[in-house]
Each structure stands twice: as C-alpha cells, then as structure tokens.
Design a protein around this ligand. Structure first.
Ligand SMILES: Cc1ncc(COP(=O)(O)OP(=O)(O)O)c(N)n1
Ligand SMILES: Cc1ncsc1CCOP(=O)(O)O
Ligand SMILES: [Mg+2]
Length: 208
C-alpha cells in the first residue's frame, strides 16, 4: 500500500496539557502517519507518551513513527524517522525489519533522497517549504525539487515545514504524497478545530 495522506507530528511544547486530546482529535479527522517528536532526554516520559500514542494509533489504524530514536521504535515495534545526523539508515532497517516504516530527511537534495531510497527508506522528506516556527533554521526547499523527485524517485515523497491549509495545495499539485504538519494542525484553539483541519488536509489530498 502506497503511503499517502496527512502526516501529523507532535510537539511537546505546543501540546503541553492537551497532548492526547489533540492527538486523538487529529486521528478522528484521519491521519496516515503520526510522528512522536520529542527532543527532550526524559527517557521515562518519552516511553510513557510513545506507548500511549501506540495504543491510540492501534485504535485508529494509524501508523506510529518515532522521531530520531530507533531503539525506542524497536522496543515498541513501530517506525522511525531519521535525519541526516541521526545515524545511518541501513542498520536501522536491519534492526526494525523489512515491514517497518523508515523515513529520511533529505532537505532539498535529490542525491540524499536517492541514497536513502537505496538504503531502504520507506519515504523521503523534503523541506522546509515555508517559514516554520517549529524549526525555523531548517534548510529550505522549493516546488521544482518536487517535480524532479516525482520523476526520479519511486518511493513516497513527504513535504514538511510551515505547511498550513492555506499553502498546501501547490505541494499536492506538484506530487507530494505526505503532508507533514505540526503547527498548521495542532496550533488550533480546540480539539474540534484540530479534527476539522485534519479532514480539510485529507480533502486537499483527496483521501477518502
Ligand atoms: C517527516 C519529517 N521530515 C523531516 C523531519 C526532520 O528531521 P531532522 O532533520 O532529523 O530534524 P528533527 O525533527 O529531528 O529536529 C522530521 N522530523 N519528520
Ligand atoms: C521537523 C521539521 N523539519 C523541517 S521543518 C520542521 C518543523 C515542521 O513543523 P511546522 O509544521 O510547525 O512548521
Ligand atoms: Mg532528527
């Protein structure tokens, strides 16, 4: 099955005090992949939260991805997202097995994407496409790259960085399979609004 749809990414600061309520609201609206992204070193909390997300994801038939931490992903039997400084992909593929979803950050580089694909990545992520409050310093990418990626790559392409309902349409028009979103989804005033946004992202992608 080809990965396509909304890729919701958690943010510990943004979701403080409403973590599971907002994640559940997103899953209600339809989420293809959910990434647990927590940059802290509080191992106990990370395990607790990731387990809670795995349980929620099982209920909604959503695939869970852990950011950065292949050991935690292996412990929970879920997927992982690796950046260029998060270690090599091939040993992680060997650790997690052939069915695990493994994503790779490729910034704006087709070469990195082709290498990730050859090492067994399930999808590649390009971006940031717009200004991002969550990761302002991330290198930028443009729409032309997506056109080349569509020709050269045979795995799903994910776009990330400052994506909102107002700016996502061109990314979809240029062939993106996964829209990875933090603030444009979870920066909402209510869980109802999170659900509405998730549904609207799926409408843009013509999911369901
Ligand atoms: C879907 C997706 N794409 C890119 C990233 C960024 O990964 P990385 O470059 O390792 O940066 P951090 O997120 O670890 O700060 C991502 N997490 N997810
Ligand atoms: C993790 C990451 N990598 C590149 S941009 C980004 C942050 C995405 O968050 P937002 O959707 O709030 O810009
Ligand atoms: Mg990382």
């Amino acid at each position: 099955m080809k990965l396509r749809g909304l890729y919701a990414i958690t943010d510990s600061q943004l979701l403080a005090g409403k973590f599971l309520a907002y994640v559940q609201a997103a899953l209600e609206g339809g989420v293809t992949l959910l990434q647990y992204r927590d940059k802290s070193s509080d191992e106990a909390r990370r395990l607790r939260e990731a387990e809670a997300l795995r349980n929620l994801c099982e209920r909604y038939k959503t695939r869970l991805i852990i950011n950065d931490d292949a050991e935690l992903a292996a412990r929970l039997g879920v997927g992982v997202h690796l950046g260029q400084t998060d270690g090599p992909l091939a040993p992680v593929r060997a650790l997690l097995g052939r069915d695990a979803i493994i994503g790779s950050t490729c910034h704006s580089s087709l070469e990195l994407a082709e290498q990730a694909a050859s090492e067994g990545a399930s999808y590649v992520a390009f971006g940031r496409f717009f200004n991002s409050n969550t990761k302002p310093g991330a290198p930028s990418a443009n729409l032309e790259l997506l056109d080349q990626a569509r020709i050269k790559l045979h795995i799903p392409v994910c776009a990330i960085g400052g994506i909102t309902l107002d700016n996502a349409a061109p990314l979809v028009a240029h062939g993106v399979d996964l829209l990875a979103v933090v603030h444009g989804l979870f920066g909402a005033d209510s869980p109802q609004e999170v659900t509405r946004r998730a549904r609207a992202f799926n409408d843009l992608l013509q999911i369901k």
